[in-house]
Design a protein around this ligand. Sequence first.
Ligand code: 4AD
Ligand code: MG
Length: 429
Amino acid sequence: MKISINQAAKYEGQQVTIGCWLLQKRGSGKIQFLQLRDGTGFMQGIVVKENDADLFEKAKGLTQETSMYVSGTIKADDRSDFGYEMEVDGIEVIHASEGYPITPKAHGPEFLMDNRHLWLRSKKQHAVMNIRNQIIKSTHDFFFENGYKKIDPPILTSSSPEGTTELFHTKYFDEDAYLSQSGQLYAEAAAMAHGKVFSFGPTFRAEKSKTRRHLIEFWMIEPEMAFYKHEDSLEVQEQYVEYLVQQVLEHCRLDLGILDRDTSVLEKIRAPFPRITYTEAVELLQEKGFDDIEWGEDFGAPHETEIANHFDKPVFITNYPKEIKSFYMEENPEDPRTVLCADLIAPEGYGEIIGGSERIHDYDTLKQKIEESGLGLEAYEWYLDLRRYGSVPHSGFGLGLERTVAWLSGVQHVRETAPFPRLLNRLYP
Ligand code: 4AD
Ligand code: MG
């Protein structure tokens, strides 16, 4: 019977075969412990010399990443987190791997990134991708269960929602085009047709940032809701993030264990989340001795981390000054210097994971903002149409997938959260 490692529990006591790779092995002159992996999980195979001397010699000669069919009996094993191991009685090598570059010794990040196509096989990287997958699945579950429709915005675009400095230019035959920075403007159009929508796709920022939070290509989840005020959107955000955290805790227990993630801090992530205004945040930072920040300036990573450290949950920083936010944000009636927006800052120094706002729905106001931003009205005529024909208050937000994966996995750098991250100076592999 051919099974996969994650089915082992169902086959306890039975003779099975698994197609797998050798992650590592250790042993003595009498017994070999084979660390097997098959993509679905990791399991130990045991080969005892006394039982079969030829098989023992074969096992001893296996090299790292050799692919094979391993046969034997599944046994319960209380000592491992996985709970099962195999008493091996047959090994059929498919391909003997020689000189695998990623050995059990420590390697530097640049070497590992050069070998990303192989590094993906390692136990920790496998765990991070499992968590990424769970977040992808839970995102679909959350929004579909709550009555949202998935609308896919284009990737080749003629407009720039988040300013013009970070655009990837390309040619669209004879026209100029940009790779999408955000699907938001298209999601707004879709919300006027479908009410509640979300997009989930790749976005691109030609940002010369080389930090542990920045990717050049990242995936964003962008819900957009007609008739939702900013407050309503904040509630969706905290429920969504709580759901993601709790689903990861429930379904990724082994992965979190492999990553040594402190799950007690994640257990506490329950809605509602605390909120402070930008103005309060500036005051708090000044009290804490950050004399480099003044009202009107944007926060950097150290500022966000300082604010986050005051809470054990993600925190919303609301109502930023107009000048440092995008053109489409609705003015805050209580303080017209600011807009109806919020950034959600993750705990433990992971920084901003969500940016969201209520959108301007008045035609004249939006038109003026586009002109002031120097964006050129022509490319935004269709966007202005949404305010010409049955405009309604609406709100939405964007959650960065990789930053969320980094936070929940507890990995320090977003480069480990995308299968093939695009970074400043890295397009290979
Ligand atoms: O704050 P941002 O730029 O917001 C928007 O793009 C809005 N149009 C979203 C919306 O309202 N529909 O980006 C949203 C999120 C950030 O909070 C962050 O998590 C992630 O996208 N993000 C990045 N992640 C990795 N690398 C980068 N360079 C990122 N830039 C933004
Ligand atoms: Mg932002």
